[in-house]
Design a protein around this ligand. Structure first.
Ligand SMILES: C[S@@+](CC[C@H](N)C(=O)[O-])C[C@H]1O[C@@H](n2cnc3c(N)ncnc32)[C@H](O)[C@@H]1O
Length: 294
C-alpha cells in the first residue's frame, strides 16, 4: 500500500522559483477539489472578488459595467475563468491567464466560446474541447497558460487588468509581477486585485472562535510553506503587510485609488476555509486594491 505523505506546515523562506513550482503543482493537484467545493459559489459566469461574495456587477471596481464593452482585459490567476466569462458577457475581450493546466482545463469544461488555445490543444477534464459559450456568455474568453511573472504579451496591449486572489498571494516578488502588469497595461488603465486581508496573518486560519485570537505577529513576513518529506515546498503563500502592499503598488508605477475591505453580507452563510460569517462580521478577510497605471 502506498502511504501518502501529509505535508508539513511551516514558516520559512521560499524563492520565486520554488514558490512558482509549488503553486503549479498544488493547483494542478487540487483544481478538481477547488472547483467542486467552490464552483457553485463562484458561479460559471459571475465575477466574485472573494469569499465575502462581493460581486463586480455591484461593486464596479473596474469601472461601470456599461463601459467594459470592447475593452481588452487581462485576468491574472484566472482559475476556471469565471470572472473572464462575466467580462465577456459585458462585451469585453478577456484573456484568462493561469499557470495551472488543470485549472484551465476546468475553464474549457465550463466553456470559453472559442477553440482551445493551449499549447497541446488540451481538453477539459470530461473531454470537452472548450467549443461553445457557457450559458449567458456572448463573447469569447481566451485562455493562456503562463506564469504571472513573465506575461507573454506586448507592452500596453490591455485596457484593464484584474485578479481575484490569483497569483499575487503566491509569489515571492509581487513587485515584479505588478511591474509586468504595468508593462502590459496602457497608460491610464486600471488594475484591480484582491488578496487575503493582511490582518488575517495574525490569526489562526480557522473559521470558528479559535480563529479570533491573535496567534502570530502581523509583522512576520516569513512565508507559509507546506513541504514534503524531502523538504520540497508543495504549497507556498507569501505575507505582506497592508503598508507593504501599498508600497509595492507605488513601486510598480501604479496610483492606488481605493482599498476596499468588503464586509460580510447578511445573505452569505457559506464558510470558505478560514473565512466564515463569524469572523467576517468582526475582522476583514479580503483586501482589494484598485490601482491606475499612471
Ligand atoms: C485562489 S485561486 C483563484 C482563482 C480564481 N481567480 C477564482 O477566484 O476562483 C488562485 C489561482 O492563481 C493561480 N496562480 C498561482 N500562482 C500563479 C502564478 N505565479 N501565475 C499565474 N497564476 C498563478 C493558481 O493556479 C490558481 O488558479
Amino acid at each position: 500500500m502506498i502511504q501518502e505523505y501529509e505535508p508539513e506546515a511551516t514558516r520559512r523562506a521560499a524563492s520565486d522559483t520554488e514558490s512558482s513550482r509549488a503553486s503549479r503543482g498544488w493547483w494542478d493537484r487540487n483544481a478538481d477539489e477547488y472547483q467542486n467545493d467552490h464552483g457553485a459559489f463562484l458561479g460559471d459566469d459571475r465575477f466574485v472578488w472573494g469569499p465575502e461574495g462581493l460581486d463586480e456587477a455591484e461593486a464596479g471596481l473596474l469601472g461601470p459595467a456599461t463601459e467594459l464593452k470592447g475593452r481588452r482585459v487581462l485576468e491574472i490567476g484566472a482559475g476556471a475563468a469565471q470572472c473572464s466569462r462575466w467580462l465577456a458577457a459585458q462585451g469585453a475581450h478577456p484573456v484568462a491567464l493561469d499557470l495551472s493546466h488543470r485549472q484551465l482545463q476546468h475553464a474549457l469544461r465550463i466553456g470559453t466560446g472559442a477553440e482551445p488555445t493551449g499549447p497541446d490543444g488540451s481538453t477539459g477534464p470530461d473531454g470537452s474541447t472548450g467549443r461553445g459559450p457557457a450559458p449567458g456568455v456572448s463573447g469569447r474568453v481566451e485562455l493562456v497558460e503562463a506564469d504571472a511573472g513573465a506575461l507573454p504579451f506586448r507592452d500596453a496591449s490591455f485596457d484593464l487588468a484584474c485578479s481575484a486572489y490569483g497569483a499575487i498571494p503566491f509569489v515571492a516578488d509581487p513587485v515584479w509581477v505588478l511591474r509586468e502588469v504595468r508593462r502590459v497595461l496602457r497608460p491610464g488603465g486600471r488594475w484591480v486585485f484582491s488578496v487575503t486581508h493582511p490582518i488575517r496573518w495574525a490569526f489562526p486560519d480557522e473559521p470558528g472562535p479559535e480563529g479570533l485570537s491573535v496567534g502570530a505577529s502581523y509583522f512576520d513576513r516569513t512565508p507559509y510553506v507546506e513541504q514534503d518529506e524531502t523538504g520540497r515546498a508543495v504549497y507556498v503563500e507569501h505575507h505582506r503587510t497592508l503598508g507593504d502592499r501599498v508600497r509595492d503598488v507605488a513601486a510598480a508605477g501604479f496610483r492606488l485609488v481605493d482599498l476596499v475591505e468588503p464586509e460580510w453580507p447578511e445573505w452569505n452563510s457559506q464558510e470558505w476555509g478560514g473565512w466564515s460569517p463569524l469572523r467576517g462580521n468582526l475582522i476583514p478577510g479580503t483586501a482589494i486594491f484598485v490601482c491606475v497605471a499612471d
